[in-house]
Ligand binder design. Structure first.
Ligand code: NAD
Length: 386
């Protein structure tokens, strides 16, 4: 794959960080034909990442999704390198996938800025950190962009593309085309807002589900059944939280709340579970208990769904969706696309809202605002739609 736009030709990608996300991004880029350098701070981390890539490619060969020759070709296009200067010397684009710690990211970009040629594009896979703030620590904020792959990158089709305040239009368009070239679908988050699109909808909803439980005494299974069978989610919200991991949810909560107090109404359960290391499936216990680290389905049913009215959850997710539109970060079409690809929603969000009635949702938000505070105040867009 050679990707060309105006004066920029991209055929060499460097991925910084070979962990959970980095090795997957390297694999999908090499699968699309790019020459990929995978960089980490220790050779043993790279060895492990290359093993995982080999395992994943072998599995695809066994399932007859690709030929043995294709798998060998993909593997040979990924070069693991520890030395940073060596790793970026031929790159046209660097995708940074180091841990979600602001100070660490800034440190990595300070080194990278010196090592990479001035024309090299920097794309960060951050889930929650402000793109503009990181971009402004480099000498090239106009060539800096957010490229948010979802876990696991080999399977998840959605990639959020987030320009910072100074990102050049051609870099945004180029990144969207790059995403397409690696067989993914880009959703543009037009503004660098906390949580971008998916986390802005999903993370507050986990907190809201905890409040729903407190306020109605519904069981986890009843709430999850309602989310699955009435709202069209592929699984319950607590199941999804356990699957995602309480460490990821807690981290996203802290970062989003730090930047905007109105995005999330933190429920103490999340922090408590994080402190107690009840991280979900990966630790054997989250909202539910898991007998081993394999994914287990919780028994949900339409019958249980009838015992829970999820309007409070719909009101929460809709209010955040409306906020994204009102603030120029997205529109209904892009939000629906993101929800389908990123959350696996089977039914469009605004269709569910119309079935319930936008007026009923606004009434619910006003009632919640009266009882529990300004956080629930309906977005003006919802009020105008009702
Ligand atoms: N895990 C997820 O579900 C997920 C999903 C979407 C986005 N993200 C984002 O992706 C990024 C990485 O997350 P992860 O889960 O892959 O983390 P991870 O801890 O699994 O991997 C990070 C890797 O970066 C390496 N690293 C540290 N400093 C480095 C440096 N200076 N140069 C190169 N490599 C360095 C670490 O050794 C490690 O191998 C974060 O910004 C995270 O928010 C994660």
């Amino acid at each position: 794959m050679v990707f060309q736009r105006w004066c920029v030709t991209v055929k060499n990608i460097t991925v910084l960080g070979s962990g959970v996300m980095g090795h997957g991004i390297a694999q999908v880029s090499a699968t699309a034909g790019y020459n990929v350098v995978l960089r980490d701070i220790k050779q043993e981390f790279l060895d492990k990442a290359m093993e995982k890539i080999k395992w994943s490619l072998d599995k695809m060969v066994t399932k007859e999704k690709i030929s043995k020759e294709a798998a060998d070709g993909i593997y040979s296009r990924i070069t693991p390198i520890v030395d940073l200067n060596e790793a970026v010397k031929d790159a046209e684009m660097v995708i940074e996938v180091v841990p979600e710690i602001m100070e660490l990211k800034k440190q990595v970009y300070a080194e990278l800025d010196k090592a990479a040629k001035p024309e090299v594009i920097f794309a960060s896979n951050t889930s929650t950190l402000p793109i503009t703030e990181i971009a402004n620590t480099t000498s090239r904020p106009e060539k800096f962009i957010g490229i948010h792959f979802f876990n696991p990158p080999q399977l998840m089709k959605l990639v959020e593309v987030i320009p910072g305040e100074k990102t050049g239009q051609e870099i945004t368009e180029m990144t969207q085309e790059f995403v397409k070239s690696v067989n993914k679908q880009a959703v543009l988050c037009r503004k660098d807002v906390p949580g971008f699109i998916i986390n802005r909808l999903f993370i507050p909803m986990v907190h809201e589900a905890c409040y729903l439980q407190d306020r109605t005494n519904a069981t986890l299974e009843e709430i999850d059944s309602a989310v699955k069978f009435k709202l069209g989610f592929p699984m319950g919200i607590f199941e999804l939280a356990d699957f995602t991991g309480m460490d990821v949810i807690h981290k996203a909560t802290v970062e989003m709340h730090l930047r905007d107090k109105k995005v999330i109404n933190p429920h103490k359960t999340i922090e408590k579970m994080f402190d107690e290391k009840k991280l979900g499936q990966k630790s054997g216990e989250g909202y539910y208990k898991y007998s081993d680290d394999k994914y287990e389905r919780v028994a949900l049913s339409e019958e249980l769904a009838e015992k829970c009215n999820p309007i409070q959850l719909v009101a929460n997710i809709l209010n955040n969706a409306a906020w994204l539109i009102t603030n120029g970060a997205s529109d209904i079409e892009e939000i629906e696309k993101a929800c389908k690809l990123g959350l696996g929603l089977k039914k469009p969000l605004f269709e569910t809202a119309k079935e319930i009635g936008i007026k009923n949702i606004v009434d619910e938000l006003n009632k919640l605002a009266e009882e529990h505070g300004e956080f629930y105040k309906p977005d003006p867009l919802l009020e105008s739609m009702s």
